[in-house]
Design a protein around this ligand. Structure first.
Ligand SMILES: Cc1cc2nc3c(=O)[nH]c(=O)nc-3n(C[C@H](O)[C@H](O)[C@H](O)COP(=O)(O)O)c2cc1C
Length: 234
């Protein structure tokens, strides 16, 4: 069975929750889902200590919350992010999680397990455009090396309480979400995209330069050498 990790950016069992549940229903025959809900499962802001960049993410003060999510993501075939739009952007709790993955961005210590994954972003707002919030997530996924990211967004228009939306509106949202979810059934892992290749090559050149200059290998440089992506020249 394939694996899906679902990260929901709110604990409210409202509109985001129902959209996420509809999406999961379509996947249930093919994917085993591991779910995380924010802020409950990762309630910390990055404190800026930079220990993840300079040493190891396992020494992050929030590793106990972050590592189970990251490890589940590494093992998953599909990454699903479901979130409401807050003030035109992604909710802070989701941004706080994404900040903790900065050390795995392409320019630092990317994990090749990300290079064939698919991702889905599900968002909704009352009426504001969803694009900027989706981009907050999509930007992180691109820099983590995920080659295929699909997005679906809704404007609820009638209100913010799921049970108060008209039956017709709810049916339309659920039907559209299920159609979107079907696009992830019966598919193979994604091929490395041109964007992923370019970001990798740019980062490789950067690390090649640093490797020549620096007397001592940084954690990032060591990763590139250990992965066999770069040769240590001295
Ligand atoms: C703090 C906060 C900020 C929000 N900002 C916006 C916004 O800028 N534009 C918008 O159309 N809806 C906004 N909303 C509404 C949400 O996008 C969403 O539609 C609503 O929270 C219902 O989703 P839920 O049941 O999953 O919480 C906001 C809601 C909250 C709680």
């Amino acid at each position: 069975m394939k694996k899906a990790v679902i990260i929901t950016g709110t604990e409210v069992k409202g509109c985001t929750y129902h959209i996420k549940e509809a999406f999961l229903q379509e996947l249930s025959g093919e994917y085993k889902a591991t779910e995380f809900t924010l802020p409950k499962d990762m309630p910390h802001f990055c404190c800026g200590c930079k220990v993840c960049f300079f040493d190891s993410e396992s020494r992050c003060p929030h590793a106990k919350s972050v590592m189970p999510i990251w490890n589940a993501m590494l093992q998953a075939d599909l990454l699903v992010f479901a979130a409401p739009v807050y003030v035109m952007r992604v909710p802070g709790q989701l941004k706080a999680l994404l900040d903790h993955f900065g050390c795995h961005w392409m320019v630092h210590r990317p994990d090749s397990a990300m290079f064939n994954k698919r991702a889905a972003i599900l968002t909704q707002s009352v009426g504001a455009p969803n694009g900027a919030a989706q981009k907050d997530i999509a930007t992180s996924l691109s820099w983590l090396g995920v080659p295929s990211v699909k997005r679906l967004g809704f404007g609820l228009m009638e209100g913010v309480i799921w049970d108060e939306l008209s039956a017709q509106r709810k049916e339309k949202i659920i039907a559209k979400t299920k159609r979107f979810a079907k696009g992830f059934v019966g598919i193979k892992p994604a091929k490395k995209s041109l964007k992923t290749r370019v970001l990798f090559l740019v980062a490789k050149q950067l690390h090649k330069g640093l490797l020549k200059k620096e007397a001592k290998l940084s954690a990032d440089n060591r990763h590139w050498v250990e992965q066999g992506w770069l040769k240590e020249s001295k």
